[in-house]
Write a protein of this length. Structure first.
Length: 322
């Protein structure tokens, strides 16, 4: 569902809450205090985005764990959420999905405690994850401050690639870089965000870079100013979008942010690629400018990449330039 639909569904509901609820619906995950520990809860599941079931399981698990990292936490345990039809599909396929998931959970040191399956003609797979924020300093979407820098830790354009795979225009082996990024846990990106004293953080998924940037800007009462030329994008995504191949979600996402966006010269394909829905995307976070000098050193230590894509300004919504 689009961001607008989701807002409408929860609007006006009298949700039960208690004094231990630190953060309810609306951020990447819920945050709950119990017995002195700050717990983080989230669930995410997806339809197949690649043809290889092992890869799908591993990417889906990485994607589900990501919301815990986006809150500045570490995952502890998980439950599998599975939709599968054993008449349509060999049970061996589901075993491969589970094997991909299991390998990722081992890497993330996260225990699979159980799960639930339903009969479903369109396969679905994901995890409900419980994590913890050991230092209690969880990262939210509402703390970005004017003057902060905006960082992104993975390239964008996954939705376009997934669409190209589904239409048989490319295979997984042709987009190894994107696959490797989708398989990369956001664990060290979360450490980076914390070391840079991040003021706000989220992960780039279904609403696209612009949708998620707008989310933070709105909640923080600031404007996100993004330099298109500094945004990392997969070459293949640029190639396909110039042929007008993109998922409908990209257009929906752009239409959602359109009236809050000052566009200083970006072409239609540039706007759409910035709005392209991502799966298992990187962290998008803001941090104070005076932490910039230590960023490169931290990146080397953590063996990850990050790009500064813009700056937080006074105002509202988004400003895009190139
Ligand atoms: Co998220
Ligand atoms: Co999520
Ligand atoms: Co059950």
């Amino acid at each position: 569902m689009g961001p607008a639909d989701l807002e409408n569904i929860v609007k006006g509901l009298e949700l039960y809450s208690d004094e231990r609820t630190l953060l309810g619906i609306g951020d990447d995950a819920g945050v709950y205090l119990y017995g002195g520990s700050v717990f983080i809860h989230t669930v995410d599941f997806i339809t197949p985005i690649v043809n290889d079931p092992y890869l799908w399981g591993a990417i889906s698990a990485t994607n589900s764990l990501s919301d815990v990292y986006a809150m500045g936490g570490i995952p502890l345990n998980a439950l599998a959420v599975v939709g599968f039809n054993s008449c349509d599909m060999d049970i061996e396929v589901l075993r491969e999905v589970m094997r991909g998931c299991t390998d990722k959970l081992r890497e993330a040191k996260t225990v699979l405690l159980g799960g639930h399956t339903i009969d479903d003609r369109e396969p679905k797979f994901g995890l409900a994850v419980m994590g913890v924020c050991e230092d209690g300093k969880y990262l939210t979407q509402n703390g970005a401050r004017v003057g902060d820098l905006i960082a992104l830790t993975k390239p964008i354009g996954v939705g376009i690639l997934t669409k190209a795979i589904k239409e048989g225009k490319i295979k997984e082996v042709d987009i190894q870089e994107a696959i490797d990024y989708m398989l990369a846990l956001n664990d060290r990106s979360a450490i980076l965000a914390k070391r840079l004293e991040s003021s706000s953080c989220t992960d780039v998924t279904g609403f696209g870079l612009l949708g998620h940037a707008w989310n933070i800007a709105k909640k923080s009462g600031v404007r996100f100013s993004i330099d298109f030329s500094r945004v990392p994008i997969y070459d293949e995504s640029v190639f396909f979008i110039k042929q007008k191949l993109y998922p409908k979600g990209a257009l929906d996402n752009y239409n959602f942010v359109r009236e809050h966006t000052i566009n200083e010269g970006l072409e239609w394909w540039q706007l759409l690629i910035l709005s392209d829905p991502n799966t298992s995307g990187g962290l998008l976070f803001t941090f104070p400018k005076d932490r910039l000098p230590i960023m490169n050193e931290e990146l080397t230590k953590l063996h990850i990449k990050a790009w500064i894509i813009g700056e937080v300004e006074e105002g509202e919504g988004l400003r895009l330039y190139r």
